[in-house]
Ligand binder design. Structure first.
Ligand SMILES: NC(=O)c1ccc[n+]([C@@H]2O[C@H](COP(=O)([O-])OP(=O)(O)OC[C@H]3O[C@@H](n4cnc5c(N)ncnc54)[C@H](OP(=O)(O)O)[C@@H]3O)[C@@H](O)[C@H]2O)c1
Length: 370
């Protein structure tokens, strides 16, 4: 496995570990349902208090559904004080769920096939639908383009491995998907494969780096060209589609991404400038220079790189099933607004991207060569 592959998978993995929620404690409970597009459901969310879970919980409550949670009670425990929490560990500790009844299950927190198999096996006879959050990192072969839901997934030599690393994350998620399908059946399950999930609450700062750095102004390094493709999914769009899927029992596997080829680095730049009104001067620095300097920047890849197809994943199936992507400018605006609410110690530096010192060094070198 080459470095690019490792890097892509690792950055996806880091996203999976996100825990900040972007919601205030009790916020979801205070909402009044404004629309109900299906009969009220009783939804069990496995992992409802990380980054993406709270957005799903909030959307489900907004539509008038009943939501219950299963987790260990460690992450953002104060977020939903009025929701029933079944406390337990996915690693062999599902007892709290025994005797429960739900219409549907949303599984956000499955990384290990054995854990997913256990929950899917236990819940399949109880719930009529099981939705599993996977990832585009499952794709293991970049040679047949474009990448769509039928493209081959990555495999592990040793399928008993349970350690989640940059290398194993994608293939393990692919095995988790397979367990859902075998335990629940394809007609009663939905697999969503998001790309970089971003927006309020994203703890990785991979997308956030760009609007936040723009806000700081001055000379800013932008990689490659304005025409380089990127793809994201706003966490709120993913949440909306997730609840659509469980309401309408939309079965199948779906890449959840901005439409391929529609979002470019130049669009991101324009979004960042528009929402920050900052006095920032962009400098487009060539991919060759960045490669030579071994500079990696979040959510962007060398367009000629082996794994750049993962930034042009086909999302037409999800769009046809109802996924709606909000304008990316809204994502930038709300990300900045959320960032400004965070405590100073959290916003001292971004968790992804390069420091301003390193950026200044690189820009000096780049300009001296021109
Ligand atoms: N972020 C991205 O860009 C990205 C991209 C593609 C796919 N994904 C997928 O999105 C999901 C990540 O969602 P996330 O970042 O919101 O959450 P996460 O950090 O993966 O999971 C957090 C939630 O799961 C619970 N949890 C964690 N370990 C548990 C365990 N052993 N037993 C029971 N509950 C457990 C946590 O509560 P407790 O700690 O209290 O147990 C919390 O509610 C993953 O499936 C990931 O693969 C993410």
């Amino acid at each position: 496995m080459n470095n690019t592959r490792r890097r892509f998978l690792k950055s996806s993995l880091l996203g999976g570990a996100a825990v900040a929620a972007g919601l205030r404690p009790g916020e979801a409970n205070a909402q009044t349902p404004t629309s109900t597009s299906s009969a009220a459901l009783k939804i069990l969310v496995l992992g409802g208090t990380g980054f993406i879970g709270p957005h799903m919980v909030k959307e489900a409550l907004r539509r008038g559904h009943e939501v219950e949670l299963f987790n260990r009670g460690r992450t953002n425990n104060e977020l939903f004080p009025d929701l029933k929490l079944y406390k337990g560990d996915r690693d062999g500790g599902l007892e709290a769920l025994e005797g429960g009844e739900w219409d549907v299950v949303i599984d956000n927190s499955g990384y290990v096939p054995r854990h997913v198999e256990d929950s899917a096996r236990m819940l399949a006879p109880i719930a009529s639908h099981y939705l599993y959050i996977s990832t585009i990192s499952v794709y293991g072969d970049m040679s047949s383009l474009p990448i769509d839901e039928d493209s081959p997934v990555g495999t592990l030599e040793d399928e008993t491995v349970e350690e989640v690393t940059g290398e194993t994350y994608g293939p393990l998620k692919a095995l988790c998907e397979a367990r859902v399908l075998s335990e629940v059946g394809a007609d009663r399950s939905t697999i969503l494969r998001p790309t970089y999930i971003c927006g309020p609450g994203d703890r990785t700062d991979r997308y956030t780096y760009w609007p936040v750095r723009t806000l700081q102004g001055g000379d800013m390094l932008w990689p490659g060209t304005p025409d380089d493709d990127i793809q994201i999914i706003d966490v709120r769009d993913l949440a909306n589609f997730t609840i659509d899927c469980v309401e309408q029992k939309i079965a199948g596997t779906y890449n959840t991404v901005t439409p391929a080829g529609t979002f470019k680095m130049g669009d991101l730049l324009e979004d960042c400038l528009a929402v920050s009104a900052a006095d920032m001067t962009p400098h487009w620095v060539s991919t060759a220079f960045l490669n030579e300097q071994e500079v990696r920047l979040p959510i962007w890849e060398d367009p000629q790189g082996e794994f750049s197809p993962l930034l042009r994943v086909d999302g037409t199936r999800a769009a046809a099933a109802g996924l709606r992507n909000r304008p990316t400018r809204e994502t930038a605006r709300d990300t900045i607004a959320w960032w400004k609410t965070l405590p100073a110690e959290r916003t001292e530096t971004t968790r992804a991207g390069i420091t301003m010192e390193r950026e200044a060094e690189l820009l000096e070198l780049w300009m001296a060569r021109r």
